[in-house]
Design a protein around this ligand. Sequence first.
Ligand code: ZN
Length: 76
Amino acid sequence: MKEKFWCVSCKNIFEAIGVKKEWKDPVYGPCMKFVAICSSCKTECDEYRDPNAQKKQSSSQEMACGGNCHSCEFNH
Ligand SMILES: [Zn+2]
């Protein structure tokens, strides 16, 4: 099933079939998200969420990775 993904490098929304990515966070335990590779720059992209949903989510799920990974929705 195709989902929408957001490329931070290209500032582009594209549709692709997501790949399930799982990792274990030392603070939050097992995490999961869907990613897809941007066809233009080959960057791994997160699912696109509309700004309202993202805002809502960030208040309850801030830094879900604990701030020590390079694969979550927060750029750190
Ligand atoms: Zn891209």
